[in-house]
Write a protein that binds this ligand. Structure first.
Ligand code: NOJ
Length: 556
């Protein structure tokens, strides 16, 4: 099946709860999505990725699924989803679903059954183990959950523990059980038969656990991760899904892959027999933190460039990149890598820097209008299990709640989960009722309606940028060579394709800097395909770059 259309496509990610409320209950839903399909199409994207919209008790806002073959009543129902799918397809928009099969909700029927006893046919769908120690009261191993303390939860009726590497309401599925793999395939077929065009696969590299579940190397968080990240059977299981299901449909899959480097990525995405079509890398998202967003460090441009360069160079001609700067798991990118003061300039520059590389762009709701981090005045106003878990952790290390509030405002993924700001009316036009989560008060200035009217808006820049990408095969298929990788202010790379050259120049400085073009590039001869200032003055191979300036030159 030739599914390589995904290379030219761009996707828009919807985190439904905060996208647009269509039925006036303060929660985003599929009525809202239906209403905004024309808007999504107008961006110049080719498809939508839906973060989970299945029934869920929302311990992890949809990433804890209680029924894989249905739609959450918060968002609508299956008929409404089919309508959205149909209307999206009519507009030439593909639809990707989120496939979350490392774990289910503890409210899923399988888990409820599995708790009934060792002899229940669903018991072995999960990892149930006896406790350790004389009285059997110690957990089976020392693993820690990435979300909530220990990775084992005790069930007193069964007198056994179950494994959850995320929240305790997210028990891990035992993928070594062939019946579980059959269930996964059945879920895939259910949605593909309905007409969806592929999946984003949640923490897919975690699905195979090392036999015997041995103790892990002690770490402050996620102890044990070396025993399930890219575990022993990962390639085998992904190949099985590919051969038994995916190969029979015109679809593609993008796998979320924490702690995976570019070399590792090739083992999943290269060659005829590739298991995933692309992977969501985390490397470039760690230029202002250590391992996780919460452990913030000063933004380091060289670190970010090195990460992009590794993935661009390693995968070129062998595999394919997914390009993104935001999703529901990270704070807003302008607040991180750009400048809130130079929001307009830096928002456009960051988009240029990322999406002029080789790969499939993913744009997260609100990113296209340059939404910023939120600033809440109390931890009680946050909603997410991760925020509260981190609060406990930080407390352990002596941080006051006041200090932690500052940290959460800067680093929490909830910054990306405030409702989309559609206009300057009450609640930012997101809903007629009070939204489930507060709208960022800057909605009166930053909103879609205002940016629709402004030819210089970030929104209209995204449209132009995606058009430039579509119209210039060099941007999609060209190779990649970085220049000045030692610079702490400028990110410059060139692309080459069929005798053409492109030069992408981006300043990360909040002041004017001098840029000297790499050898062989005359800045007065190239065609400026796009830039975030009105003009692009230059003398031969030298120019002054204004704060957060970005230029894309094409040489035919
Ligand atoms: C990754 C998802 O993107 C995130 O939102 C979720 O909390 C975890 N996986 C667990 O499913």
């Amino acid at each position: 099946m030739d599914n390589t259309w995904y290379k030219e496509d761009a996707f828009y990610q919807i985190w439904c709860r905060s996208f647009k409320d269509g039925n006036g209950d303060g929660i985003g839903d599929l009525y809202g999505v239906l209403d905004k399909l024309d808007y999504i199409k107008s961006l110049g994207v080719d498809g939508i990725w839906f973060s989970p919209i299945y029934p869920s008790p929302n311990a992890d806002y949809g990433y804890d699924i209680s029924d894989y073959k249905n739609i959450s009543p918060d968002y609508g129902d299956l008929d409404l989803f089919k309508k959205v799918l149909d209307e999206a397809h009519k507009r030439g928009l593909k639809v990707l679903m989120d496939l979350v099969v490392n774990h289910t909700s503890d409210e899923h029927e399988w888990f409820k059954e599995s708790k009934k006893g060792d002899d229940n046919p669903y018991h072995d769908y999960y990892f149930w183990r006896k406790g350790k120690g004389k009285d059997g009261k110690r957990p089976p191993n020392n693993w820690l959950s990435t979300f909530e303390g220990g990775a084992w939860e005790y069930d007193k009726d069964l007198d056994e523990y179950y494994l959850h590497v995320f929240a305790k309401k997210q028990p891990d599925l035992n993928m070594d059980n062939p019946k579980v793999r059959e269930e996964v395939k059945s879920i895939m077929r259910f949605w593909l038969d309905m007409g969806v065009d592929g999946f984003r696969e949640d923490v897919i590299t975690f699905i195979s656990k090392k036999e015997g579940l041995p103790n892990g190397f002690p770490l402050p968080i996620a102890t044990g991760i070396e025993n399930y990240n890219k575990g022993p059977h990962i390639h085998e299981y992904l190949k099985e899904f590919r051969h038994d299901v995916l190969n029979h449909y015109d679809c593609f899959v993008v796998g979320e892959s924490p702690m995976t480097g570019a070399d590792d990525a090739l083992s999943f995405t290269e060659g005829q027999d590739k298991e995933l079509d692309m992977m969501i890398s985390f490397d470039h998202m760690q230029a202002d933190c250590f391992m996780t967003d919460t452990i913030a460090t000063p933004f380091n441009l060289k670190k970010m460039k090195a990460a992009f360069t590794r993935w661009q160079k390693k995968l070129y001609g062998r595999a394919w990149n997914a390009l993104y700067l935001e999703n529901h798991d990270h704070p807003r990118i302008i607040s991180r890598y750009g400048s809130e003061k130079f929001r307009n300039e830096s928002g456009k520059m960051l988009a240029t820097m990322c999406y002029m590389q080789s790969g499939t762009p993913f744009i997260y709701q609100g990113q296209e209008i340059g939404m910023l981090n939120n600033h809440l005045d109390s931890i009680d106003k946050f909603k997410d299990v991760v925020t509260f878990n981190n609060q406990r952790l930080f407390k352990k290390f002596g941080f006051s709640d006041k200090k932690y509030l500052e940290i959460a405002n800067k680093t929490s993924r909830e910054n990306a989960r405030t409702p989309v700001q559609w206009d300057s009316s009450e609640y930012g036009g997101f809903s007629t009722a009070e939204p489930w989560f507060g709208v960022n008060p800057n909605y009166t200035e930053i909103n879609v309606a205002q940016q629709e009217k402004d030819p210089d808006s970030i929104l209209n820049y995204y449209r132009k940028l995606l058009k430039v990408r579509k119209e210039n095969p060099i941007i999609i298929y060209g190779d990649y060579e970085e220049h000045y990788h030692e610079s702490n202010e400028i990110y410059c790379y060139e692309r080459n394709f069929n005798g053409q050259k492109a030069l992408i120049v981006c300043s990360f400085a909040d002041h004017t800097v001098t840029f000297r073009a790499p050898k062989g590039f005359d800045l007065t001869k190239g065609e400026v395909l796009i830039s975030n200032y009105h003009d692009a003055p230059a003398k031969k191979d030298i120019c002054a770059l204004r704060p957060y300036e970005a230029r894309v030159y094409l040489y035919k």
